[in-house]
Design a protein around this ligand. Structure first.
Ligand SMILES: *Cc1c(COP(=O)(O)O)cnc(C)c1O
Length: 416
């Protein structure tokens, strides 16, 4: 990635600011994940982590389908693939979204409340179709200690575990509703593979109890996403190998050959294929602390500010220097990486010791492919958006709608 940035930078004068997506890496990585996933498991991609069409297009032939949380995401998926299975979750589904889900042939709706169950049934009756659903469970216990929790603690998500029997009874009585199983998405950014397997085991135990007690014929156990990325210690990631080996034992123990175990991962799928590159505009010392100011910031990559953590980066040294005066520089010092916004919250990393940093160098943030651009407040201060550059096995291309005119010169495919 560093060599690509250096060669792109050589061709432009404007300060560099871009999201780069390595599509060949994404393809290879997801295929790798799939080879280790036990039989009977299905991997879906949770579109909200990054709904960029090029990523969806790369993933569509590999993953089992897409998980979406809005009618907008349903449409984005259907623009890329007319047939691929879609799972539709998320709280606050409107009547319009439910109608859209039916019209766009969504495979399963994840029901978030008793009211929503009745609304889905109502719409299904009007349209004279039957709708397949999973009930989303808000667990009372046994949720791993991840960065964010959607269950195991009081939240707006799903149906309280204590009320699931009522919801099952309602689903069995409602016309045009087919109950196929349960949905347990409960956390975000869990990097403990052992805790994740224990969580899945707990989901199996509950679903089996409900199936027996209510004489159900289930076909799906959706264990959600929530597998994480270690942003603070990048050498120490979620151990997929250990996880899938332990998972095999859990599946064997429960012996539910007619159930599909569904994963709907977002972060774990696209985080590592995405990079955010931003040029250093200035370096200064205030109150004895070094700051560098980027052409970019939290309006492009909000994650580190949202979670108040440092985002990992490397420095791409750039030898060009356009001006006849001294280039700001620091050596062997701690520096805080700030963006171009007029708020002290616009910080991507704090007090990171670097060997050398100069104005004009480019910082390359890794693990920026999930919850980066898609969760950021792009137009605060009206700076230009970053370019979007896609790296394929043997060529590079730039998004046509890129607002950085300078980078449009790269839009003709560049040979790697
Ligand atoms: C956000 C979300 C996901 C994906 O979560 P990751 O932590 O990115 O894996 C999956 N399912 C639901 C219901 C979600 O809301």
């Amino acid at each position: 990635m560093e060599d690509i940035i250096t060669s792109l930078k050589r061709k432009q004068e404007k300060p560099f600011c871009a999201y780069l997506y390595d599509l060949s890496k994404l393809r290879h990585y997801v295929n790798q994940l799939l080879t280790q996933l036990p039989g009977g498991c299905q991997l879906f991609y949770a579109v909200k982590a990054n709904s960029d069409a090029a990523l969806l297009r790369t993933l569509a032939p590999i993953v089992c389908g897409f998980e979406v949380a809005s009618l907008g995401e349903i449409k984005k998926v259907r623009e890329v693939d007319a047939k691929i299975p879609i799972l539709f979750g998320g709280p606050g589904k409107t009547r319009e979204a439910i109608e859209g889900a039916i019209d766009y042939d969504v495979a399963l709706l994840h029901v978030e409340s008793m009211h929503e169950l009745q609304l889905i049934s109502h719409v299904a009756c009007e349209k004279k179709v039957s709708v397949s659903v999973l009930l989303r469970v808000n667990l009372r216990h046994a949720v791993p200690n991840a960065q964010l929790k959607m269950a195991g603690v009081p939240t707006q998500f799903g149906i309280d575990e204590a009320n699931i029997p009522q919801a099952i009874a309602l689903a069995k009585n409602l016309p045009n509703i087919k109950l196929h199983g349960f949905h347990f998405h409960a956390m975000s950014n869990n990097i403990d593979s052992k805790a994740h397997v224990e969580f899945i085991n707990h989901c199996f135990e509950l679903a089996k109890t409900w199936e027996e007690e209510w004489d159900l014929d289930l076909s799906y156990l959706n264990v959600g996403g929530g597998i994480g990325v270690n942003y603070l210690d990048t050498e120490n990631q979620f151990n997929w190998n250990k996880f899938t080996n332990k998972l095999k034992n859990v599946l064997k123990k429960h012996n539910k050959a007619n159930w599909k175990t569904v994963f709907e991962c977002g972060r774990y799928i696209t985080a590592s294929c995405g990079y955010y590159a931003a040029e250093v505009l200035d370096i200064k010392q205030n109150h004895g602390h070094y700051f560098c100011v980027l052409r970019g910031g939290s309006h492009h990559l909000r994650l580190p500010a949202a979670w108040k953590q440092n985002h990992p980066f490397t420095i791409v040294p750039i030898e060009q220097w356009a001006y006849p005066f001294l280039r700001p520089e620091l050596t062997n010092s701690a520096v805080t990486v700030a963006g171009e916004l007029c708020t002290p919250n616009d910080v991507l990393a704090r007090d990171i010791v670097v060997p050398r940093l100069r104005a004009g160098d480019i910082l390359l943030f890794s693990y920026a492919g999930a919850y980066g651009w898609s969760i950021s407040h792009h137009d605060f201060l009206s700076h230009p958006h970053p370019a979007r550059i896609y790296v394929e096995t043997d060529f590079i291309y730039c998004a046509e709608e890129s607002v950085e005119k300078n980078l449009d010169r790269f839009s003709a495919a560049i040979k790697r």
